[in-house]
Write a protein that binds this ligand. Sequence first.
Ligand SMILES: [Zn+2]
Length: 90
Amino acid sequence: MNLLLIRLIIFAVLFFAGLKLYRMYREWKLDRDGPQQEGDEAGNRMVRCRWCQVHLPEDDALREKGDWFCSGDHRDKYLSEQTEEQNKDD
Ligand SMILES: [Zn+2]
């Protein structure tokens, strides 16, 4: 019975030591991977066309006054509609 108890204690010690090591490893991994993940997100950012709601990579999109568009055609359509609405208000 004593042998079983000793084995149990050894197992518990190993378990907690492993848990502590795992937590240390996870924190170290987060520290190392943190800045890299931010870089990937900036490179592959997806934006949505204001006119047709289609998602596309930021690199392929057109930017106009803070809005994103999939093509010059949709940008022109959206902008002409915007100016029409502004004219109604005036
Ligand atoms: Zn579009």
